[in-house]
Design a protein around this ligand. Structure first.
Ligand SMILES: Nc1nc2c(ncn2[C@@H]2O[C@H](COP(=O)(O)OP(=O)(O)O)[C@@H](O)[C@H]2O)c(=O)[nH]1
Ligand SMILES: [Mg+2]
Length: 301
């Protein structure tokens, strides 16, 4: 039976690449129908590669959300950039996402495509924000002059506009292949990683300037509490300096409390488990430049 299914089943890996903030994580979440990647208006929200799996009887699309490509200075940024670039080399199709509000072609990312032989689609996101719809034509022309894209599609990831069309456009390019993941699996992220990412997302929303970049979150312990039927989660928030710790904690502990409440609510509903969340803030000087710290906090290989 399995062989019969294999013979007509199609599958493929599809990388979602582009500058920070264009909506890559929003797109993968909407395509999968579940929040697997955190999103925020801050650049560098996504630091790791995340897989999102879309399964039907006929095919399986494995989307790869990547950190935005940019030139970083510290070791964390270099590691993030490496993740983004190497993910293009391991996939069957690339979706190059751009922001419709930002206008013309982005050359340095397009340069990465010149060396690869796989189809690259241009996905123009955030069209819900465009007042002048004919502006799209100009954007398309400028990009097509820069690179021979396999196809072009304007979308709004936020409002799910044209996402079905995007999927239909990809189906014919899938090749015969197995189910790489169980049909009910939506992401390769562990629940632990997802929890730490959701906490980091709330921190990104409530802090400014250098703080979001200086933060890492690790889950220190997970203990089931059978009496209350809860999961007791303790997470460490790592920052680089005392001032950052003070900002995170806030006056009278107000900010950290807010972050904790928002994170707990979302983890509760996402994992369908009642959790009790304890947050600790810890200073680890210059962790973004220390290979061992990077590894311990879940970055790099
Ligand atoms: N108006 C609008 N905003 C969007 C859309 N897609 C994403 N965004 C917003 O753009 C910001 C960055 O999104 P995110 O998915 O984190 O971008 P990434 O850095 O490329 O992964 C967030 O504030 C999103 O809410 C869209 O289709 N329309
Ligand atoms: Mg992202």
């Amino acid at each position: 039976m399995k062989n019969l299914k294999m013979s007509s089943h199609k599958s493929g890996f599809i990388a979602i690449v582009g500058r920070p903030n264009v909506g890559k994580s929003t797109l993968i979440n909407q395509l999968i129908g579940e929040k697997i990647a955190i999103m925020s208006p801050k650049p560098q929200t996504t630091r790791n590669r995340i897989l999102g799996v879309l399964s039907t009887d006929e095919y399986q699309m494995i989307f790869v959300d990547t950190p935005g490509m940019h030139k970083g200075r510290d070791l964390l940024n270099k590691s993030i950039d490496k993740v983004a670039v190497s993910s293009i080399n391991d996939v069957d199709i690339v979706l190059f996402v751009v922001d419709s509000m930002k206008g013309a072609a982005e050359d340095h990312i397009i340069d990465y495509f010149r060396g690869i032989k796989i189809p690259v689609f241009l996905v123009i996101n955030k069209i819900d924000e465009l007042k002048n719809k004919s502006a799209i034509d100009e954007i398309i022309i400028s990009y097509l002059n820069a690179y021979p894209f396999e196809g072009v599609i304007p979308i709004s990831a936020k409002e799910k506009t044209h996402l079905n069309r995007l999927i239909e456009m990809l189906v014919p390019l899938l090749e015969e292949g197995p189910e790489f993941f169980p049909a009910d699996m939506k992401s390769d992220q562990s629940e632990e990683k997802l929890m730490s990412e959701l906490i980091r997302e709330k921190i990104l929303y409530h802090t400014e300037q250098e703080v979001p970049h200086a933060v890492a979150v690790v889950i220190e312990s997970l203990v089931e509490n059978p009496e209350l039927n809860t999961l007791d989660v303790t997470a460490l928030i790592i920052v680089e300096r005392t001032t950052q710790k003070q900002i995170l904690i806030g006056k009278g502990g107000e900010k950290i409390k807010k972050i904790g409440t928002e994170a707990r609510k979302e983890i509760n509903s996402l994992l369908n488990t009642k959790i009790h969340l304890t947050l600790w803030v810890k200073i680890k000087k210059d962790w973004r430049n220390r290979p061992n710290d990077l590894k311990a906090f879940g970055y790099g290989e």
